[in-house]
Ligand binder design. Structure first.
Ligand code: TYM
Length: 353
């Protein structure tokens, strides 16, 4: 039996290079050797209140991007989270064993809560707690779905008994919590129901793809993304506008953050020879950032343009998209229903008839 792999991406907009290198490119490689399930996390997307009229189209976009990037519905199960009603049921059950304290200490929750409350990045945990608990209007601004986001994510994984969960670095804390919840449930009920999942990275380290604005990671809410569906002109423009610095002042000097980020992107998209060539040019101060950016744009386009073309084609075929997720949902539901029945049994929930 092949090991089970599960991962998902929220339907909050088109996919960017962070999603691609952190997750999707691994999904494609893994479908060859594993029993893979990949889904669109539309319930997770609700935690940040997307426009209801756009949600369905966003889900379609991501299914089409999965397929355009090379996922094959004959090899992997592709489904939409909200098509599996067993997930919300197990989410309710698992929440009985999840502490609100551990959820409040999760980095992603603190980030989102800070944003919702308008507290600066370095606002302390105390500040967040006081703002949420002590102020009537603020207490409504941070919704309970945001707090219990890690429970829902754990359920996505545990309900399929996945062993590997290919995700970017930013999701590792959620995986740690998933392992903890699995251990706790198993120990509490004296069962061996949930395996403890780990990230998967083909021997390398999980990546954090940086943005083009010189700081932090590439993210939909940061406005610093290169999208897989960007057209050639837009993409070139974005890369040429990427933040740099005034150039190295002395041989072998330390790189600033924005320049390091460009090299990280180059390493992900170019050949080792080209990376070395630009590293050497940086070290001896002959580098021209314009050339580096041109090269980077070329290499990114080699990856994204074929995906964009296939995406446009698949996206216009509603029937095909519907068929893929309908068949995927059938397979994913069957497995989820089995695990849910086992969890209910372990917890002592039995039907009278
Ligand atoms: P989401 O939608 O934020 O991101 C989807 C995937 O893309 C990766 N990613 C990145 N990787 C490297 N560098 C970046 N700049 C970058 N930005 C995004 C993320 O690590 C992720 O792998 N909670 C998940 C969705 C989810 C899930 C799950 C994933 C829900 N349930 C169960 C795995 C298993 C999320 O928000 O991903």
């Amino acid at each position: 039996m092949k090991d089970v792999v599960l991962s998902g991406i929220r339907s909050t907009g088109k996919l960017h290079l962070g999603n691609y290198f952190g997750a999707l490119s691994k999904f494609v490689k893994m479908q060859e050797d594993y029993d893979c399930l990949y889904f669109i996390a539309d319930l997770h997307a609700l935690t940040t209140h997307p426009d209801a009229s756009a949600l369905h189209d966003n889900v379609k976009d991501i299914v089409a991007e999965y397929l355009a990037a090379g996922l094959d519905p004959e090899k992997a199960t592709i489904f939409v989270q909200s098509d599996i009603p067993e997930i919300p049921e197990l989410y309710l059950l698992l929440n009985m064993h999840v502490g609100i304290g551990e959820l409040m200490r999760t980095a992603s929750f603190k980030d989102k809560a800070r944003k919702a409350l308008g507290i600066s990045r370095d606002g302390s945990d105390d500040e967040i707690e006081k703002d949420i608990l002590g102020n009537e209007s603020n207490s409504k601004r941070v919704n309970a779905g945001l707090l219990t986001y890690p429970t829902l994510m754990a359920v996505d994984i545990l309900i399929q008994k996945a062993k590997y969960v290919p995700v970017g670095k930013d999701q590792e804390q959620h995986l740690e919590l998933t392992r903890r919840f699995a251990r706790r449930f198993n120990a509490f009920y004296g069962v061996d129901l949930f395996p403890e999942p780990t990230n998967f990275d083909f021997g390398g380290k999980p990546v954090k793809v940086p943005g083009l604005d010189g700081s932090g990671k590439m993210g939909k809410s940061e406005g610093n993304c290169i999208y897989l569906a960007d057209d050639e002109k837009t993409l070139r423009k974005k890369v040429m506008r990427a933040v740099t610095d005034e150039g190295p002042k002395a041989p072998n000097s330390e790189m600033t953050e924005p320049v390091k980020n460009l090299f990280t992107l180059l390493e992900l998209t170019s050949t080792p020879e080209i990376v070395t060539q630009f590293r050497d040019a940086y070290a001896d101060c002959s580098i021209r950032y314009g050339d580096l950016k041109k090269q980077l744009a070329e290499d990114i386009l080699k990856i994204t343009l074929p995906i964009r073309e296939r995406f446009l084609d698949i996206r216009s075929n509603d029937e095909y998209i519907a068929k893929v997720v309908r068949e995927g949902a059938e397979r994913a539901r069957e497995r989820a229903a089995k695990t849910l029945a086992e969890a209910r049994e372990a917890m002592g929930i039995r039907r009278f008839w």
